[in-house]
Design a protein around this ligand. Structure first.
Ligand SMILES: Cc1cc2nc3c(=O)[nH]c(=O)nc-3n(C[C@H](O)[C@H](O)[C@H](O)COP(=O)(O)OP(=O)(O)OC[C@H]3O[C@@H](n4cnc5c(N)ncnc54)[C@H](O)[C@@H]3O)c2cc1C
Length: 318
């Protein structure tokens, strides 16, 4: 079922969903099940599975020579989606990205997803390769999420890359896109970022999932600006409980967000790792409750492969 249909069917009741990461190459799928199992009691209608592009890895050989290799550390997005649908009978939403994909690769990937019975895709540009500062599209690939979205939409209309195909069966993907309550880090300002977000919606995005944030007022302001700009699709807030002291600097660095004073002060005063984890959980519970009160259709938690904290939050909220 489409994410938008799940939202409609819920009739105003906030839904619980979460995102998981494929395991590191070499690990088995049990870790994924161990993350999902404790969260099933909160009846997630869909689970997102992230996509991780290739990285450069440098290996030093015995003779001292350095070898640069290209590897994908977390493959398996499509297989995990299929496994989740099979095992839990819920929808899996794969993330699809521009980075590392030609248009042909994308078409083939979408055909696989369609054959698997996947109804939704979260369409993203993807980050630059880890060791590079700027995002570079593949030759004959897509530069922005909106371009990748157009290919998905074309396929939904039966338009394939090869115009001479004898059969051109249309797909029917529901398209989600990313939004940034604290602005995407490359956007010159919020107005410009919202301009492109609106374009994504005008061009077929049916819902938005936001980057994580810790200050609800930033989300409410983002939501207000979206509505004022005429963006009327569901906006799903993305949430993550802070869990370690190190995240005070790591989260702003990686996700380009601000942490509120009150949260930072509490963490700085905490006496133990457990106390910090508890502060993060309580903060996220308060955020969740306020978001539900404000009418958010779904709360989407970034599990980062760990479910214990999210389970505690969901128990208090759903
Ligand atoms: C909910 C969520 C899930 C994510 N999952 C993944 C994942 O699984 N894998 C992964 O690699 N990354 C993931 N990311 C990270 C994401 O790929 C990065 O944030 C990336 O830098 C931007 O992706 P986007 O889809 O928002 O890009 P875009 O919508 O393409 O926007 C990128 C930047 O360009 C601007 N812009 C957009 N369109 C245009 C245009 N046509 N011309 C000029 N400027 C434009 C925007 O304002 C923005 O600053 C996720 C992010 C979120 C919020």
């Amino acid at each position: 079922m489409k994410v938008t249909e799940h939202i409609e069917k819920a009739n105003g009741k906030a839904l619980f969903s979460f995102e998981i990461l494929p395991p590191l190459k070499g690990q088995n799928i049990e870790g994924i099940y161990n993350t999902i199992d404790p969260l099933m009691e909160f009846k997630p209608p869909f689970v997102d599975v992230t996509y991780h592009r290739e990285e450069y890895v440098y290996k030093t050989h015995k003779n001292g020579l350095l070898e640069k290799t290209v590897t994908r550390k977390r493959p398996g997005t499509v297989g995990i989606c299929a496994a989740i649908m099979h095992k839990y009978k819920i929808d899996a939403v794969p993330h699809i990205i521009c980075g590392g994909f030609t248009k042909q690769d994308t078409e083939d990937a979408l055909i696989d997803l369609d054959f698997l019975g996947i109804d939704n895709v979260l369409v993203l540009r993807g980050d630059p390769i880890k060791s590079e500062k700027r995002f570079t599209p593949e030759p004959n690939g897509h530069a922005y999420a909106i371009d990748l979205m157009e290919q998905v939409k074309n396929l939904n209309e039966g338009i394939y890359l090869d115009e001479d195909l004898k059969y051109n069966s249309p797909t029917d993907f529901c398209i989600g896109v990313a939004g940034y309550p604290e602005k995407h880090f490359e956007a010159p300002n919020m107005k410009n970022d919202l301009y492109w977000l609106k374009k994504k919606v005008e061009n077929g995005a049916e819902y938005i999932v936001t980057q994580m944030f810790f200050d609800n007022s930033r989300f409410f302001e983002f939501e207000r600006q979206c509505r004022e700009a005429g963006i009327n699709v569901p906006i799903i807030p993305g949430l993550k409980p802070l869990s370690t002291e190190r995240q005070l600097s790591l989260l702003p660095q990686i996700f380009h967000l601000d942490l509120p004073d009150a949260l930072v002060d509490e963490v700085n005063k905490a006496k133990s790792k457990d106390a910090i984890r508890q502060i993060g959980v309580e903060w996220c519970i308060e955020q969740s409750k306020e978001l539900i009160k404000n009418g958010s259709p779904v709360l989407h938690y970034y599990s980062m492969g760990k479910s214990k904290n999210i389970q505690k939050i969901a128990r208090a909220v759903f």
